[in-house]
Ligand binder design. Structure first.
Ligand code: MN
Length: 156
């Protein structure tokens, strides 16, 4: 157990000593399903933050874009990811870069969670949500439309 002063925090069951399990976002702030957040590193002497998100089976993160970049490492489970117009199956230890102003969303498989580390700038802009026009544009690509409907590679 952590004594509150230690620089070591033990891992167990995808929780870390002294790290709170938080809501991903406020309910109703944006569409998402079954996502939790843990902030692993956030310190005034670091320009970045490292968070751990976990999407429960069948859940998904918000479809969004923003100026800041995400550097992601899948730590647990599998699912599928959308970055820009590319949809891919994703699994443990895969790396994903989300460049600035690029639409992205992550979906857990129906029978597995999807847990990932996400590195971001400590100071960052707020995510933008797609307009109906943005969604039409995204849906023009069949693989993306399938993904957005919760179907696609790795969905089963
Ligand atoms: Mn994002």
């Amino acid at each position: 157990m952590s004594d509150g002063n230690s620089n070591f925090r033990t891992f167990r069951d995808y929780r870390w000593d002294g790290v709170s399990l938080l809501k991903y976002k406020d309910e109703g702030a944006a569409p998402f399903k079954e996502v939790t957040r843990q902030t692993l590193f956030s310190r005034p002497d670091l320009a970045g933050e490292l968070r751990y998100f976990e999407v429960a089976p069948g859940g998904y993160s918000t479809l969004e874009r923003h100026q800041h970049t995400h550097a992601i490492l899948i730590l647990r489970g599998r699912g599928q990811g959308l970055v820009g117009a590319e949809v891919r199956r994703i699994g443990e230890h895969d790396l994903i870069t989300v460049p600035p102003m690029t639409w992205h969303q992550f979906r857990a498989a129906r029978d597995a969670p999807l847990g990932f580390l996400c590195m971001v700038d400590a100071t960052r802009d707020r995510p933008q949500l797609p307009t109906p026009e943005d969604l039409n544009e995204l849906r023009a690509k069949p693989a993306v439309a399938k993904f957005l409907d919760g179907d696609g590679p790795g969905a089963a």
